[in-house]
Design a protein around this ligand. Structure first.
Ligand code: GLU
Length: 415
């Protein structure tokens, strides 16, 4: 991982887009920083009987277009700046897909892999006790992110409803379907990404059934492995990695069996027929499509020159450093940027909020149809902006997102 400060990177991206859009100084000043941020301590009863103090954050970056929206991450390496960056990217992400939502992100600095189920429940409930006055169906709606999941959302929603003494399922998204969740949320991020790959392959005349690799095998990476082959009716998955290591097989993996192996053993390592390779080698393989689905800054100036993929679909948030971006662009690699490629998750979160409001739930097919429409439209809006401004895909997407948020701020009379 590079030593980039993700929030500095996010701010640079805003400035570049603002320049192309000729935004006024006050607008830039408003967009370059979070509107509200909350930092607090959490005291959690651990299994040992002792209390442990954690640091928690919730940052509402911008809510000009609607309630702030974004996940909550439990991770030991989180900092205020990474959460600021992630909240910032959520703002452009919701705008690029044209959802009536703002952007937010939250996090707790903790090591969930070394915590019991009961400790995680205590932590989740305590987090909601800290932010309950700030969130709500029409204010700020959290969702899962790295190392949080529908069970976390169920505890959090329950804690919130206990505090306000009302049913408010729409206060969290990606809940279990039995308690207000939607069909189609679990594979939504990956589905959105694969849809953008489909459109990019059509536009660039690239065969999506060639070789592909996935860096990161959490929820998004696993679902991308399965959906890529399902949607394209093929595609050879030759390498995958997770935090424990990377594996390779030139003949391709059976995605379903690999997912089962990961769920059973907790890692992709030692999958039958696989060869362990150094982590970074995965990014440098000769593939048609590369899905970075891990953490920030994994494609950097150090390895971008060796990337051979034709398309990079950023399922992770912020996986490419600005230096790497320049190198990839020069090499003619088409990077579908995170704020577009990973927008399927929040798109289905929005569909979940709509269904919760109506208390009427759709079938999976209806959800899939809406995601396909929204992501396909967003992909082409971004491509039009790229062609109009003669810029690369990330800047094209930023121009679309920033312009929409700036317009909402102006209409409200904020600037
Ligand atoms: N954590 C996901 C993201 O980064 C989903 C956010 C949401 O649904 O609010 O896009």
């Amino acid at each position: 991982m590079d030593s980039y400060n993700s929030f500095n990177v996010a701010q640079q991206q805003i400035l570049e887009a603002a320049k192309l859009l000729n935004l006024e100084d006050a607008t830039i000043e408003l967009l370059i920083q979070p509107q509200r941020e909350y930092n607090f301590t959490l005291h959690v009863k651990m299994d040992s009987g002792r209390v442990k103090i954690f640091k928690g954050h919730r940052i509402q970056y911008n809510y000009a277009r609607g309630p702030a929206k974004g996940g909550i991450r439990f991770h030991p390496d989180e900092t205020v700046d990474t959460i600021r960056a992630l909240a910032c990217w959520m703002t452009w992400k919701t705008a690029v897909v044209d959802l009536p939502l703002g952007g937010a992100k939250g996090g707790v600095i903790c090591d969930p892999k070394n915590m019991s189920e009961r400790e995680l429940e205590n932590l989740s409930r305590e987090y909601i006790r800290a932010i309950a006055p700030l969130i709500g169906v029409d204010k700020d709606v959290p969702a899962p992110d790295v190392y949080t999941n529908p069970q976390t959302m169920a505890w959090m929603m329950d804690e919130y409803e206990t505090i306000v003494n009302h049913h408010h399922p729409g206060v969290m998204t990606d809940k279990p379907t039995q308690i207000g969740g939607t069909e189609g949320r679990r594979d939504a991020t990956a589905r959105g990404g694969v849809i953008t790959v489909r459109e990019a392959c059509k536009a660039l005349n690239i065969d999506p059934t060639g070789k592909f690799a996935i860096q990161g095998f959490g929820n998004a990476g696993q679902r991308a492995a399965l959906l890529h082959q399902e949607i394209f009716g093929g595609g050879k998955l030759i390498a995958v990695s997770d935090s424990k290591g990377a594996i390779y097989n030139p003949d391709g993996f059976d995605a379903k069996e690999l997912v089962m192996h990961k769920l059973k053993t907790g890692s992709v390592l030692n999958f039958p027929g696989s060869k362990k390779i150094p982590h970074n080698d995965l990014l440098e393989l000769d593939v048609e499509i590369l899905y970075p689905a891990a953490l920030e800054n994994s494609i950097s100036g150090n390895n971008a020159g060796k990337v051979k993929a034709k398309i990079i679909c950023e399922l992770a948030n912020g996986p490419t450093t600005p230096e790497a971006d320049l190198i990839l662009n020069k090499k003619g690699i088409y990077v579908i940027p995170d704020i577009l490629a990973s927008a399927g998750g929040v798109t289905v979160s929005y569909l979940e909020m709509v269904q919760d409001k109506y208390s009427y739930f759709w079938t999976e097919d209806v959800v899939h149809k809406h995601v396909d429409e929204k992501l396909t439209k967003a992909f082409h809006t971004v491509r039009d902006a790229m062609n109009e401004k003669k810029v690369h895909p990330r800047l094209g997407a930023m121009v679309v997102g920033v312009a929409r948020v700036a317009e909402a701020c102006k209409l409200r009379g904020w600037v």
